[in-house]
Design a protein around this ligand. Structure first.
Ligand SMILES: *Cc1c(COP(=O)(O)O)cnc(C)c1O
Length: 381
């Protein structure tokens, strides 16, 4: 190595505000049931793979040129998909990136930064805080309800009070919320928008397609709210996490401003081609959502029967409490070939709803654990 400085010396070169931070790091292990990152367990159907290959075949000879910087066809396809919900969304209202994480980065680069404040309501998606920090945006952990019957929920008045005190530049509301699973009412989003009059209000709806019937989504609130943003992704219900395609819907002017911060040609031609092919088969790509939702509901019912405390869920995962020691149970499940997520909430773990077989593997592994894993009974054993 030409550089003979010790590695610890490099640490001293790191930006002050990044020192001591840990990277996002959900384990990627080869196990029987990988239920820790809320992916769709079902592979892309062969018909869709064939169409992706055909689309790639047409795209690859043209890789000598930069891709369509404005991803025009993909935008139209995403707008058409969103419009299926009933609220017409125009292609100029749509923006996309390499996963919704990149879309979130663009929002923070454009509207956050040094001297600016962002807030989310903890526990929620950890990447909101991490991306805020990497852009130099000050992050505030907002609070959720701790009342037993309303645990982890958000009430409009409580949100308004917290936002009024902070006067943030960005507000993140995750609905359905990761890792707790519950969707918020539209009244919460309306209250947040009113209480933070200069903030861009971002509603992260990565799990919208899994919501229980009658759950409203924030697309219906976009009209007349120029600071409101709804982010979505093809990573979850669409079963395309490896394709890295996330997107948002917002006011056309806000979308236009994001072009100031994106890297030129940020969406590669193959990425655009694969996503276009997936969207041409929307119904087939979403055909597993029903099975996954059924497994989600099964998890809630059977976790309750096993004596644990699952949180109601509108997503493809369930957060459940009642564990004596979450880290110990996490390891015991992994030893049985089932990988779930320890999200850092004492006595809770999060499990993704997978195939019926994976769900059975998880429930069997959990049921086989001794009473020492149950909160309150651990001392009796
Ligand atoms: C999984 C997830 C995403 C998706 O991120 P991508 O970059 O699109 O894969 C976004 N938000 C939340 C809350 C998530 O849980």
């Amino acid at each position: 190595m030409a550089d003979d400085r010790p590695p610890s010396g490099l640490r001293s070169l790191l930006r002050d505000d990044l020192r001591g931070e840990s990277p996002y790091g959900a384990p990627q292990l080869a196990v029987r049931a990988a239920l820790n990152t809320n992916e769709n367990s079902y592979p892309v159907p062969p018909e869709v793979v064939a169409d992706m290959l055909a689309e790639l075949g047409e795209t690859l000879p043209g890789l000598n040129r930069y891709p369509d910087r404005e991803f025009t066809d993909l935008r139209s396809a995403l707008a058409a998909y969103l419009s299926r919900g009933g609220e017409p969304i125009d292609p100029v209202q749509v923006w996309a990136g390499n996963g919704s994480n990149e879309v979130l980065l663009h929002l923070l680069q454009a509207f956050g930064g040094p001297g600016r404040r962002a807030i989310g309501f903890t526990p929620s998606y950890s990447m909101h805080a991490i991306i805020a920090t990497t852009t130099g945006t000050a992050w505030t952990h907002g609070r959720r309800s701790t009342e037993p019957g309303r645990l982890f929920t958000l009430a409009a008045a409580d949100v308004a009070e917290q936002l009024g005190a902070l006067d943030p530049h960005l507000v993140f509301i995750c609905s359905p919320n990761n890792p707790t699973g519950t969707a918020v009412g539209l009244d919460v989003i309306e209250a947040a928008y009113e209480a933070a009059p200069r903030a861009v209000v971002v509603v992260d709806e990565a799990y919208a397609e899994f919501a229980r019937p009658g759950t409203p989504n924030a697309l219906t609130l976009l009209a007349g709210r120029e600071r409101l943003v709804v982010t979505r992704t093809l990573s979850k219900a669409f079963a395309l996490a490896g394709g890295r395609l996330g997107y948002l819907a917002a006011d056309p002017e806000l979308v236009d401003l994001l072009r100031l911060v994106r890297m030129p040609y940020h969406l590669s031609a193959p990425s655009q081609a694969v996503a276009r092919a997936a969207l041409r088969h929307t119904d087939m790509m979403l055909s597993t959502v029903g099975v996954v939702k059924a497994q989600r509901d099964r998890l809630v019912a059977e976790l309750t029967a096993l004596g644990f405390a699952p949180v109601p869920s509108d997503a493809n995962f369930v957060l459940f409490g009642g564990l004596a020691d979450a880290a110990r149970t996490w390891q015991a499940l992994l030893d049985a070939g089932v990988l779930v997520r320890d999200v850092g909430i004492p006595h809770y773990l999060r499990v993704t709803a997978g195939t019926p077989e994976e769900t059975t593997a998880f429930l069997d592994a959990l049921a086989a654990l001794g009473p020492e894993h149950h909160l309150g009974t651990e001392k009796a054993s």
